[in-house]
Write a protein that binds this ligand. Structure first.
Ligand SMILES: [Cu+2]
Length: 419
């Protein structure tokens, strides 16, 4: 039997599943939850109530300059779901401070936990800042800049109170908490609202300076998927963040792949799937460089989901089929591919196609096992060590929707060979 084998065949996982994972079917929006239609009348009542409450309670807040901002977006009354999110300091990568978001302090990771929403859903996220003032001060570029972390999101609706910036006073000082409200506004043909279904991301906007540059480069970011009813459902989701210094998920060179040879555990730096599984990638660009996302052996449609859902008609020549997509800073997109479809199991390279980036190590693998969870014999591979600097591997909560545990970082810093 090959050493490459997914753990869910009865082998105990080395790490416990993170509790209250919003991506799990038990608590996530995909476990049979149906979208609740909101009538126009109800929406108006909710808006009126929010405005009234805001005005009534605005006496003290108005002096602080935030009273005129609604607490929640229009159409989002009572949150459909609430989750707790923790910002914590993780073990340093060499001398570099690492921070992470986690659904628990113990499972914080970079990228942070995948957030999943359905269009129409209103989500309340309470962020607890457990990063010390000392650490935040060390990351500060201006001594007058306030100390705190925040949660800023792309793609979905939020008000100024959930902007996650210093200028809107919507950040969290050390030891404190704040609730942010996200609304996955649905399409509305009457008003022309485009809807929010798609692949987005969230990040800090405060650590170090007014744009959270140090928060981002330290690890405070994660993926967000907003789905529509009927969207194809993935078996696994991986958040892949391309950043500065030729890093994937802040890991460089061989450290971008921390899969262990025995029982590889899907995680932020161990991309593994069985043949035939639908694998979803949430691809995000951070930092200052342009990148491209290229996956060997697999291609996808250049649509919102990477899949063409044209009433079963497979041939739509107006939609290009691609295997390489450009990514600028702040951009995000997502695709779904069927692992090993036609091409079979193996170690399929995933890399940036800016050649000096990939040559410097901006490259990792999608390990596709066979249907039984084994890597067939003769499928060994070697990682190039170019550009490898090694990391301490701090993967915690994994961003997968399938059965998965955390990726344990091997003692060799991720460098390994499969026989
Ligand atoms: Cu690149």
């Amino acid at each position: 039997m090959s050493a490459w084998r997914l753990v869910e065949d009865g082998n105990p996982a080395p790490e416990p599943e993170p509790a209250a994972d919003p991506t799990s079917e038990a608590t996530g929006p995909l476990g049979g939850r149906t979208e609740r239609p909101r009538s126009g009348a109800r929406r108006m009542l909710v808006v009126a109530a929010v405005v009234l409450l805001t005005l009534v309670g605005a006496g003290g807040l108005a002096a602080a300059g935030t009273g005129m901002f609604a607490e929640k977006p229009e159409g989002c009354g009572k949150p459909d779901r609430s989750i707790q999110l923790y910002a914590v300091e993780l073990p340093k990568d060499g001398t570099q401070i690492r921070l992470g978001y986690g659904l628990t302090p113990q499972t914080a990771s970079y990228p942070g936990p995948l957030m999943e929403m359905m269009e129409g859903e209103c989500l309340a996220i309470t962020l607890h800042n457990q990063v010390s003032a000392e650490t935040l001060a060390a990351l500060r570029t201006d001594p007058a800049h306030p100390l705190g972390v925040s949660l800023h999101v792309h793609g979905v609706k939020y008000t100024q109170q959930s902007d996650g910036t210093v200028q809107s006073a919507s950040y969290v000082p050390p030891g404190e908490s704040r609730t942010y409200t996200w609304y996955a506004q649905p399409r509305n043909n009457r008003t022309g609202a485009q809807g929010t279904a798609g692949y987005w991301w969230y990040h800090d906007h405060v650590v170090g300076g007014p744009h959270g540059t140090q928060g981002l480069s330290s690890g405070l970011f994660g993926g967000l998927v907003v789905r529509r009813p009927g969207d194809p459902k993935p078996d696994r989701t991986y958040t892949v963040v391309f950043g500065d210094r030729q890093s994937i998920n802040l890991r460089r060179g061989a450290a971008t792949d921390t899969c262990t040879e025995v029982n590889p555990q899907p995680g932020p730096s161990c991309l593994v799937a069985r043949k035939g599984e639908r694998v979803e990638f949430v691809v995000v660009g951070i930092g200052n460089d342009m990148h491209t996302f290229h996956l060997h052996g697999h291609s996808w449609a250049d649509t919102r989901t990477g899949v063409i859902s044209n009433n079963g008609q497979p041939f739509v020549d107006s939609i290009p089929i691609i295997d390489n997509k450009t990514l600028g800073p702040g951009d995000s997109f997502g695709v779904q591919v069927v692992a090993g479809d036609s091409v079979g199991p193996g170690h399929w390279m995933l890399h940036c196609h800016m050649q000096f980036h990939s040559d410097a190590g901006m490259s990792t693998m999608l390990h596709v096992l066979d249907e039984n969870g084994n890597m067939p014999p003769g499928m060994g591979h070697q990682h190039g060590a170019a550009g490898a600097t090694g990391t301490t591997g701090t993967a915690g909560a994994t961003s997968t929707t399938g059965a998965a545990g955390a990726a344990a970082a091997p003692a060799d810093g991720g460098q390994h060979q499969h026989k």
